[in-house]
Design a protein around this ligand. Structure first.
Ligand code: SAM
Length: 276
């Protein structure tokens, strides 16, 4: 691990694991997995973050998995060169995907996070600050934020990167349709677009339609297994929980951005974005 990542992991464990017995943490990590996989249909109606244990597992286990997976996916896709100057993370939760993208870059993009959960947004802000990343969060509906970003005269041209990790699946079908249309408009005006979801096909029946639309927009669909050294506490939890042999698997949809063309047109990334 690198130094900011090591320091962040230590601080994260002190913040979220210290108050729980390892057995309780493990139970919460398993319970979250059940909510996201077997009882996925209840996600739009009921928050998964309804207990201290689940919040701890979300913040100190799944966030680690998502930061590492996003960082590796960005590297594999070459989404870090050139580095975006801004990354908007829609359904950012604890800010994991924007952080992973930023950590893969030589320079440090400015991060913007949108989520419905105030608790998650506070964690995102804390994580980014601990990782030495600058960013700002807003409590808003992610679909409305995507539509705002896609307005031609405003944000889209100033947004280099948009990421959605493990969040599209929480939306109902009509919200997903609106979201896809908005994301494609942003991609058409030059934003790089990265979507990350787990591999299981049953978990995201909409995937193939989205992959077709992304391909028509010049993008690509991939499945990944990343073999990287894992943080010790994360690795112990996933083994004890029986979460399978490869912890960092994911599938992605990606459209490369038009950063260079936009810079050549002299579009600046300095003005603040409006997301809510
Ligand atoms: C499974 S979590 C993933 C969080 C984060 N992207 C990550 O990779 O760790 C899904 C997140 O989407 C958020 N979310 C779901 N529907 C939303 C909506 N309509 N508007 C804003 N946030 C939403 C939830 O609050 C939650 O934080």
């Amino acid at each position: 691990m690198s130094e900011p990542l090591d320091a962040w992991l230590a601080a994260l464990d002190a913040r979220h694991r210290a108050g729980l017995a390892p057995r309780e943490f493990l139970k919460a990590a398993r319970a979250l997995s059940v909510r996201y996989v077997q009882r996925r249909a209840t996600l739009p109606r009921r928050s998964v973050l309804d207990s201290a244990g689940k919040r701890a597992a979300f913040a100190a286990f799944y966030a680690v998995q998502h930061v590492l997976t996003a960082r590796e996916a960005v590297r594999a896709l070459g989404a870090n060169a050139p580095a975006p100057s801004r990354i908007v993370d829609l359904g950012c939760g604890t800010g994991a995907c924007a952080a992973g993208w930023a950590l893969a870059c030589e320079t440090r993009p400015r991060l913007y996070g949108v989520d419905a959960s105030p608790w998650a947004l506070a964690e995102a802000q804390w994580n980014w600050s601990r990782l030495g990343l600058g960013g700002r969060v807003a409590r808003a509906d992610l679909v409305a934020a995507a539509e705002r970003l896609a307005r031609p005269s405003r944000n889209a041209a100033r947004t280099d990167g948009i990421v959605l990790g493990w969040s599209v699946n929480e939306l109902d079908a009509s919200a997903r349709d609106r979201l896809l249309a908005a994301l494609l408009r942003s991609a058409a005006s030059g934003a790089a677009l990265l979507l990350i979801e787990p591999i299981g096909r049953a978990a995201a029946p909409w995937w193939d339609d989205w992959a077709d639309a992304i391909a028509r927009a010049g993008g690509r669909a991939d499945r990944w297994t990343f073999d990287v050294r894992l943080p010790a506490a994360f690795d112990r939890t996933r083994r004890d929980a029986g979460f399978g042999r490869h912890p960092l698997t994911a599938r992605t949809l990606y459209v490369a951005g038009g950063q260079i063309a936009r810079r050549e047109r002299g579009v600046s990334g300095a003005a603040p974005l409006r997301l809510s």
